[in-house]
Write a protein that binds this ligand. Sequence first.
Ligand code: ZN
Length: 444
Amino acid sequence: VTLVVSPLIALMHDQVIALEQLGVAAACLNSSLSRDEQRSVLERLRDGRLQLLYVAPERLMQDRTLEELKSCSVSLVAIDEAHCVSQWGHDFREDYLALGELAQAFPGVPRMALTATAPERVRAEIVERLALRSPAKFIASFDRPNIRYVVRSKVDAKSQLLGFLADHRGDAGIVYCMTRKRTEAVAGWLADHGFDALPYHAGLSAVTRTENQRRFLVDEGVIVVATIAFGMGIDKPDVRFVAHLDLPKSIESYYQETGRAGRDGQPSVAWMIYGLQDVVRLRQMVESSTADETHKRSERAKLDALLGWCEVTECRRRSLLAYFGESLDEDCGNCDVCLTPPDVFDGTEPAQKILSTIYRTGQRFGALHVIDVVTGKRSDKVQTHRHDELSVFGVGAEFDVQQWRSVLRQLIVLGYLSVDTSGFGALRLTRQSRTLLRGDIELP
Ligand code: ZN
């Protein structure tokens, strides 16, 4: 018998049914079974009538279960979703840490760890924490050529989404949002526009969640508007798009979430919008979290990698694969950058203008006010603070508000500006920005 360790209790049942249909003698052992059902599974196990047994990590590591299993002839232990053991990974589960003890519990039994999302660092952590001794590694390509990657500046999320969906009427898809409230608002709004859209988040009742998930899997053309609570273990082949209205936390999360599109190999789209507001909010979340400094540093690095990727001006797929340590011989021709290369311009002068404006207004204001000053808008706040008397007032009238927001976003991503973490989002210069202001370096 092969033991399959899986964190997805809710999905074990479906997996067992699918295997039974293929003629594999499979069963699962978890808390969702009645006592009688558990007893019958154990009987089949003892009699050697099982080929595959799914078990949740917390159940497996109980002394009683381990003793029971040791007396059966286990031939292989497969640990699924193995990245869950990585503390700096995006899906850490405390229960997974104990799985390192399987080495002693089943000496001589081969163990394998499986995951779909692990950059080099996480792979190393899997090997270490699961106590795998110089294992053979099999790494498949991360490339999903049928998925088109598109990232856009956020201007008006809802109407941009509607514009995107105009090409996807009748398609099944997932729309990810940051908050529960927003998933419900967006789902309702899409339904008003004639889409078969359903919300999904951890705050809904189990009955509603199961029903919405079932409709997504079974019916055609259903859109699920969800928080990240939705999707792990979902295996629907014809998901035509995954849209992000808010940024995920890391490139790993993004890759895993968008990887739910196009499993049938047909053309699919991963579409995401993001704006200055997202950058400010995510930076604040990381800085104001109560986590220790090491953890914060890791969160910061992951966020920076994602933001940097959003701003790339070279083939987006190349850059995505590079993050996972894979290289592509040529540009993909199937991402937004390849299809419509962005305009690039010398940003030194606009950057100097906005940085000076932030400096002259005392580094105490958020984007809105700074842009009012640089574009020369006499708002009440500008007049109250007499910022219309500053030399920088109106020096940036050549750009509109959206363009300045884009400049600010890129300056934050590049480290030329920091965001105050107290909650007001005041923009501040960094040591790096002084070199730019002095004209020592140029901004391509
Ligand atoms: Zn490309």
